[in-house]
Design a protein around this ligand. Structure first.
Ligand SMILES: NC(=O)c1ccc[n+]([C@@H]2O[C@H](COP(=O)([O-])OP(=O)(O)OC[C@H]3O[C@@H](n4cnc5c(N)ncnc54)[C@H](OP(=O)(O)O)[C@@H]3O)[C@@H](O)[C@H]2O)c1
Length: 334
């Protein structure tokens, strides 16, 4: 089968033939039809990810159909359309993953391959209203967005939510999920064209602003009349302090990434005087994944797929994601 593998950091990912895996007892063989990229794949390739072990088939997100059942697997039919939980061994505690938790696609073999095997407990029916490419856009980004919004920040209907960097795969879904839950959602982007495109999509967004614009927080909050109850961010870095000004008193700021690096200066007085909560979040448990899929099915949500590449052109897809021109998910289809 064809797989996209990374042999060493700072090397191009290579599409090559490798043996098709066999499902062990308790496992399902999945013929993948689509797999989505995440920024994680780029961080691994750049050597900027913890615990890198290579060579490895990359990819955390996959959607396809069942191609074979290992011994003891019941309740599934060959040919059934499925989607995969993007991690393994979250552990027993809903509040945080255990030490053995891993994301698919390094060190475990990932989804940028024509076939993969997964323990049956990590396989779910694919939402019937989604194509394989749309479904592949969901697992890691949807799980992260869902847990950030609803398990950690506990977004409520009618609350005002700000999602930063709407071009990002997780951010786009976080904005879409919060709007579907009845929140009033604004977004930022560093690109006016992305903002225009995001606001034109049927995502239910109230408005947006370019975070490169001077005094954007003041312009946005004065226009709305107050600050935000919830802010969802993945940039962190020196941009994070600005977000404290965008928060309403009692607001919750939840972040799941640090694209701009660590937060250098956090004005403590703003945090305590405004009674702010700063929350960290990362992916989610299988229960979060089930809740996310139920939410997507209930609201018939469709993730935004920016661009699709053939599996053999996976390296070009990684460079496209790194360049940051996308609005939504970049997907490999095969
Ligand atoms: N902890 C977890 O479980 C988890 C899960 C998923 C992702 N992440 C992390 O979250 C980050 C985003 O991941 P992704 O896969 O969604 O990435 P992505 O699809 O590549 O999107 C990255 C986005 O970051 C936004 N961005 C860049 N600079 C920004 C700034 N100064 N302020 C606000 N937004 C900014 C950009 O949005 P615009 O183009 O609109 O400006 C860009 O599109 C990465 O650092 C990733 O490693 C963590």
């Amino acid at each position: 089968m064809l797989a996209l593998q990374l042999d060493a950091p700072h090397q191009p990912a290579v599409a090559r033939d490798i043996p098709t895996p066999e499902p062990a007892a308790g496992e399902i063989l999945v013929k993948l039809h689509a797999a989505a990229l995440n920024h994680r794949d780029v961080w691994i390739q750049k050597g900027q990810y913890a615990g890198i072990k290579l060579p490895c088939t990359l990819g955390a997100d996959g959607a396809g159909e069942i191609a074979g059942l290992g011994a003891g697997v019941e309740g599934w039919q060959v040919g059934a359309p499925v989607i995969l939980y993007p991690g393994v061994e979250w552990g027993d505690a809903p509040q945080a993953q255990g030490r053995n938790f891993r994301v698919l696609g390094m060190p475990d073999p990932g989804t940028f391959a024509e076939y993969t095997t997964a323990a049956a407990r990590y396989v779910r029916p694919r939402p019937a209203h989604l194509s394989a490419e749309q479904a592949a856009a969901l697992p890691l980004a949807g799980l992260t967005a869902y847990r950030a919004a609803f398990e950690r920040a506990r977004v409520q209907p009618g609350e005002r939510v700000l999602v930063t960097g709407v071009g990002g795969g997780v951010a786009q879904l976080a904005a879409q999920f919060c709007a579907a839950a009845g929140a009033e959602v604004w977004v930022t982007s560093g690109d006016d064209d992305k903002l225009t495109r995001a606001l034109a999509l049927p995502l239910g967004l109230r408005g947006g602003i370019n975070y490169r614009q001077d005094h954007w927080v003041r312009t946005l909050t004065q226009g709305i009349g107050r600050g935000f109850d919830v802010i969802i961010d993945s940039a962190a870095g020196d941009a994070f302090g600005t977000l404290l000004d965008a928060a309403a008193p009692g607001g919750r700021l939840v972040f799941y990434g640090a694209t701009l690096g660590n937060i250098p200066n956090l004005p403590a007085a703003k945090v305590f005087w405004k009674q702010l909560s700063i929350l960290g979040t990362s992916m989610g448990s299988e229960q979060d994944f089930d809740a996310m899929l139920a939410f997507v099915n209930e609201h018939q949500l469709v993730p935004v797929v920016d661009k699709t590449f053939p599996l053999a052109e996976g390296e070009a897809a990684l460079r496209y994601l790194e360049a940051g021109q996308q609005l939504g998910k970049v997907v490999l289809a095969f």
